[in-house]
Design a protein around this ligand. Structure first.
Ligand code: HEM
Length: 136
């Protein structure tokens, strides 16, 4: 067994479950009807999932650096996809953190908009992941 393959696979496990938590968590909160009474609990899960994506995304790069001495040579399309993922994660994290820090008095409509935005950003990042994968 090659250690770098194990490192990539374990990182990918975190990254895959993070993506599942983002899409699953936001959609499950919104559908079929917003679970307003559990909004903060779900917002924490989604915040943790954004953190897991950023940390495991960085770990992919560090694993490449450690085993090959360089990060993968990305094409222009892959680079745009990566930038989209990083921006989605940053925006998703900031939105969630703002709600958790200052959203106690938010109305139901505002909270629903937050989860819609989080779902949209997660879907955008997941779409970009496909382009990063196949244009690398
Ligand atoms: C800072 C944010 C992120 C970074 C730096 C990052 C980085 C990466 C890297 C380097 C890979 C491996 C690419 C390859 O196999 O060639 C990857 C794969 C993947 N990422 Fe991310 N990612 C980030 C955020 C996200 C988010 C927010 C999602 C989903 C909501 C996501 C979903 C995926 C998926 C599903 C794969 C596997 C793609 C495949 O192999 O088919 N990533 N990511």
């Amino acid at each position: 067994m090659q250690p770098e393959n194990l490192a990539y696979a374990l990182t990918q496990v975190v990254h895959n479950f993070g993506a599942a938590a983002l899409i699953g968590g936001t959609v499950f909160w919104l559908w079929p009807t917003p679970r307003q009474e559990h909004a903060r609990a779900f917002a924490w899960i989604i915040l943790a999932a954004w953190c897991a994506q950023v940390a495991s995304g960085i770990l992919f790069g560090l694993t490449s650096l450690h085993y090959y001495g360089e990060t993968p040579d990305l094409s222009a399309v892959a680079m745009v996809a990566l930038v989209i993922k990083v921006c989605s994660a940053a925006a998703g994290f900031l939105l969630g953190a703002r709600y958790l820090a200052r959203g106690k008095d938010w109305g139901q409509g505002q909270v629903k908009q937050l989860f819609q935005a989080e779902a949209g950003l997660a879907a955008l990042a997941l779409t970009a992941a496909a382009f990063l994968r196949w244009f690398s």
